[in-house]
Design a protein around this ligand. Structure first.
Ligand SMILES: [Zn+2]
Ligand SMILES: [Zn+2]
Length: 77
């Protein structure tokens, strides 16, 4: 049994995630995303896909990166 760090649910199929120097226990990907996913520096949505990193900031897509003034980024399709 493990308790979710985000919602406190005690769930037998909870899992642990490690990213860089931090880790957490979650009962669902929704809670894991809430705790771990970065926010787009332009539209502030949660970045669940690959995203785009430019100048040390994360964007959900190249469109947002370009809006924020980043040159030379393109979504890979
Ligand atoms: Zn949870
Ligand atoms: Zn965005």
């Amino acid at each position: 049994m493990a308790i979710c760090d985000v919602c406190g649910n005690d769930y037998d199929k909870a899992f642990r995630l490690t990213q860089g120097g931090r880790s957490g226990t979650f009962d669902s990907f929704e809670c894991a995303i809430h705790a771990f996913a970065p926010r787009c520096a332009h539209c502030e949505c949660r970045i669940v896909g690959h995203g785009t990193e430019a100048d040390g900031r994360m964007y959900c897509c190249a469109h947002c990166a370009r809006h924020a003034g980043v040159e030379g980024v393109a979504d890979r399709v």
